[in-house]
Design a protein around this ligand. Structure first.
Ligand code: ZN
Length: 271
């Protein structure tokens, strides 16, 4: 081999080793050593409906996009479906996410009830918690904290939210302005139920709140958990602005993570 050719060959070899080296370094830099080959940590079902009012349909589809984006890297599995009855054994899911609709048919209600009573996890938003005298599902009302819809604010608007000290809010500011949503007030006040831990409320500084439907005062919890179950209810979830704020998005991620971390098989984030 002539000398110039030999130098060229060595140079290319060196360059190629260098590139391999860089690829190796960057691959280990972005993933922990224990990640390679690991199974997805948990499995979620997002239950939604398109047969709902437009603002709730918008939120549901944005929720699918938001949570699906969090699965990038195959860290967990998200399935989205409009039925609970065609999904096999629901115990395969660590959490069922419900943006804006709760089960309506007797068979779906029975399946969800059995799932929750046997350690299932629930992250419900906005209209997924809606119930009134016509709902006819006593178990669900008790599950939510024994509360029914009392009144709402209208039109949807941003609001000042105060957070309580809780694992779900450990990295949130004490107050933040959440994006526009419709807010429900409940009767009786969920705070009166000893099984309920309030996680966030609308600040009294918002009152009077609303332009058409006006709420003048009173306790206004918007995020809570029933300590008898592995669940978080979040009142936000109306329209297409709910995922536009980093603080609120962090609350959503925290709530998902907290519900999942109590899975009967053990905290999947510690495995
Ligand atoms: Zn709504």
């Amino acid at each position: 081999m002539r000398k110039p050719l030999l130098f060229t060959f060595l140079f290319i070899l060196l360059l190629s080793c260098g590139q391999k080296g860089r690829r190796f370094v960057s691959a280990t830099a972005v993933r922990p050593a224990s990640y390679a080959g690991a199974q997805p940590r948990f499995k979620a079902l997002l239950y939604y409906s398109d047969a709902v009012e437009e603002a709730h349909r918008q939120f549901s589809h944005q929720a699918i996009d938001f949570f699906r984006k969090l699965t990038v890297g195959d860290g967990w599995i998200l399935e989205a479906d409009t039925t609970l009855t065609g999904k096999g054994d629901l115990s395969q899911y660590d959490v069922i996410i419900m943006p804006d609709v709760a089960p309506g048919s007797p068979s779906e209600r029975a399946r969800f009830e059995a799932y929750m009573e046997n350690g299932g996890g629930w992250l419900g938003f906005h209209a997924a918690g809606y119930n009134d005298l016509s709902t006819g599902w006593d178990w669900f009302r008790t599950f939510l904290g024994g509360v029914r819809f009392l009144c709402n604010t209208w039109p949807p608007q941003p609001a000042l939210v105060e957070v309580e000290k809780h694992a779900v809010t450990r990295n949130l500011p004490q107050e933040f302005v959440c994006p526009a949503s419709e807010f429900y007030q409940w009767q009786p006040d969920p705070r009166q139920n000893p099984d309920i831990e309030i996680i966030a409320s609308l600040s009294p500084k918002n009152f009077p709140m609303g332009l058409k439907d006006v709420v003048f005062g009173g306790d206004f919890p918007v995020v809570w958990t029933n300590t008898r179950y592995r669940m978080v209810y979040i009142n936000m979830g109306h329209g297409d602005e709910c995922f536009s704020d980093a603080t609120q998005n962090l609350l959503f991620v925290n709530a998902l993570r907290w519900v999942v971390s109590g899975a009967p098989a053990g905290n999947p984030f510690e495995r």
